[in-house]
Design a protein around this ligand. Structure first.
Ligand code: AGP
Length: 610
């Protein structure tokens, strides 16, 4: 998804902007560019190109714009294919303005027609963003903030925009609606960005910009203006992640680093939330009346976050004694779900910016449901709009493939379900105690699992040439199998599918041959024998089977080519550990196949279009 950076200060802007854009690469992009205001000449120089930031650096090496004010952008194409001309920044006819934009201007065709036919503007690109630059030009009367306001009043859709104007070389302005934007506050310099990693080399003090607000930066100061042009008194958020946390820190890829960060992430997600046998979630503070009012729970999310919800569903059903539905966010709104004030709607999202999840949240809110966000990103749209938010505190996740956020989402849902059960007094005390004790053991047990990476490297060599791989399991194992399959296909590009183990014989068994590896999850004791029979069904078809079982299981090794053992843990908490081998297997398989692990083809970290 597009990334924005902006700088105003006393240093050369170009290298700062390029550095910031590199920190946003994880968002996925197909082109990049910068616009720098050459103050003396009151001229804006734009350098942009399709492809990776290295392409931009090559171009900049030939003609580096000089100046201390500028904006930069990484584009993920929506309107108009990836090309040099469609890359941002965009300018109007006179080149007096430069604009970077993340989001979609929904009425751009109508505006473009007006600008071309009625006002004689000529357009260079196929993008929706270019109308923004032309509108600024149209409305500019010596005050860029006014021109920006007028432009914003004409556009419909979502945006985070950064703007520089040649006539006002001491200002950088920005605005947001439904796309992330933050301000970085420095000494004699200020910044805008789509996300914190872009700023960490320069400042740790940030403001989160809200929808409808306009930002005015000079090198000496920064202001956020509300829609009545009143200055907003926004609290400073001090980022206490060390710079390392947003970098790869010794690992070959962010994904591997994030897999290995899980013991620490577990600790953080749990931190302070279990006290004297009770779950304490201060940010929720639900009363017994609140919880008793709910007759139904929805869990709504996309991709990996959706898979975490599949595990959350049986937990809440068991501990709260009410039905739970799990929905893919892009489907949810269109099926007119039964939502009212007796519903709790939970929205799970690592980024907190996923457009479908955000739209589903708004729908639930409008229909009177209590909305609860589970997210990793403070200041994200979903966090800000939900009635309640449970943060994951897993630290920034950079790799497109979600790993530590998934396990943190699971832990958050164990905590939430036990918490709600305790508030409503519907969870048996011994059950709650067993789960909380299992959660407490997770960091240590995850470390044990991570110590066996050579095993996964070997297994990756065994499966790297497969055309298709099946993941099977029952109950929680089946829900986890879906995540294992998604992880493998997302980064290794091998077709992978998850099946409820008992369902294979109803059709899919026809696809099992000796060329089709099967990853079989056999961690749930109540279905263990049945899963073992399903494993026998596939070994009888000569499939190579990798079995995941609990430490001490001597039976499974008789039926599989390779057994992977998970440290003993309460059955229902086992997915948090069992996913680690699946993540590592996906990772090493992708590496074996020479894939771009952190930025798989066609994918973006944060999907901010519906
Ligand atoms: C995870 O590996 C995927 N890249 C993707 O499915 C992701 O989980 C999904 O896009 C939802 O993102 P979110 O958690 O930021 O809402």
């Amino acid at each position: 998804m597009c990334g924005i950076v902006g700088y105003i200060g006393t240093k050369e802007a170009t290298p700062l902007l390029v550095d910031g854009l590199k920190k946003l690469e994880y968002r996925g992009y197909d082109s990049a560019g910068v616009a720098v205001l050459e103050q003396m000449q009151r001229r804006i120089s734009v350098v942009k190109t399709v492809g990776k930031i290295t392409n931009l650096e090559h171009k900049l090496a030939e003609c580096m714009p000089k100046g201390c004010v500028g904006i930069g952008h990484t584009r993920w194409a929506t309107h108009g294919r990836p090309s040099d001309v469609n890359s941002h920044p965009h300018q109007g006819c006179s080149a007096d303005f430069a604009v970077v934009h993340n989001g979609i201007i929904e009425n751009y065709l109508e505006l473009k027609e007006w600008l071309v036919k009625e006002r004689g503007h000529e357009f260079m690109s196929e993008t929706d963003t270019e109308v923004f630059a032309h509108l600024l030009e149209e409305f500019y009367e010596g005050d860029i903030v006014n021109a920006l306001r007028k432009t914003l009043s004409k556009v419909h859709g979502s945006y985070a925009v950064g703007v520089v104007a040649a006539q006002e070389p001491d200002k950088l302005v920005a605005a947001r609606k439904d796309s992330p934007l933050i301000v970085g506050l420095g000494e004699g310099e200020n910044f805008i960005a789509s996300d914190i990693p872009a700023l960490l080399n320069h400042t740790r003090d940030v403001w989160f910009v809200e929808d409808g607000e306009v930002v005015v930066l000079t090198k000496e100061g920064a202001a956020i203006l509300d829609k009545h042009d009143h200055e907003v008194n926004r609290g400073v958020f001090h980022v206490d992640w060390d710079a390392e946390a947003a970098e790869k820190g010794g690992f070959e890829h962010f994904m591997l680093k994030e897999i290995f960060e899980q013991p620490e992430a577990f600790q953080k997600t749990l931190s302070g939330r279990i006290q004297e046998g009770k779950v304490r979630l201060d940010e929720l503070n639900f009363t017994t009346e609140d919880v008793e009012r709910w007759e139904k729970v929805f869990i709504v999310a996309c991709g990996t976050a959706y898979h975490s919800g599949l595990i959350g569903k049986p937990l809440i059903e068991e501990f709260l004694h009410i039905p739970v539905e799990v929905d893919i966010a892009s489907e949810f709104r269109y099926r007119n779900p039964l939502l009212n004030e007796r519903t709790l709607a939970v929205f799970v999202s690592q980024s907190g910016e996923t457009a479908d999840t955000l739209a589903a949240l708004r729908e639930a809110k409008a229909k009177g449901a209590t909305t609860l966000a589970i997210t990793n990103v403070v200041g994200s749209s979903i966090a800000r709009e939900a009635d309640y938010t449970l943060f994951l505190w897993a630290g920034p996740e950079i790799a497109v493939a979600s790993t530590k956020a998934y396990t943190a989402m699971l832990i958050a849902q164990y905590l939430l379900s036990v918490y709600l059960g305790q508030v409503k007094e519907t969870i048996p005390e011994d059950k709650a105690r067993a789960i909380l004790e299992a959660l407490r053991q997770l960091p240590e047990k995850a470390k044990q699992l991570l110590a066996q990476k050579e095993l996964y490297q070997q297994l990756a060599r065994d499966i790297r040439d497969a055309q298709s791989i099946f993941f099977i399991g029952r109950g929680y194992d089946y829900n986890l199998a879906m995540e294992g399959a998604l992880k493998l296909k997302e980064i290794s590009y091998i077709h992978a599918e998850a099946y409820a183990a008992g369902e294979l014989k109803h059709g899919t068994l026809a696809l099992i041959t000796k060329e089709t590896p099967v990853i079989a999850l056999a961690l749930q004791k109540n279905t263990y024998e049945k899963t073992l029979s399903n494993i026998m069904e596939v070994t009888a078809r000569d499939a190579m089977v990798i079995g995941l079982a609990e430490e001490g299981d001597t039976e499974i090794a008789k039926w599989v080519s390779q057994a992977i053992y998970i440290p003993k843990i309460e059955d229902i908490v086992s997915p948090v550990l069992a996913v680690i081998p699946l993540q590592l297997l996906a990772y090493y398989t992708a590496v074996e196949r020479g894939c771009n692990v952190d930025q798989p083809r066609n994918l973006a970290k944060s999907v901010t279009v519906e």
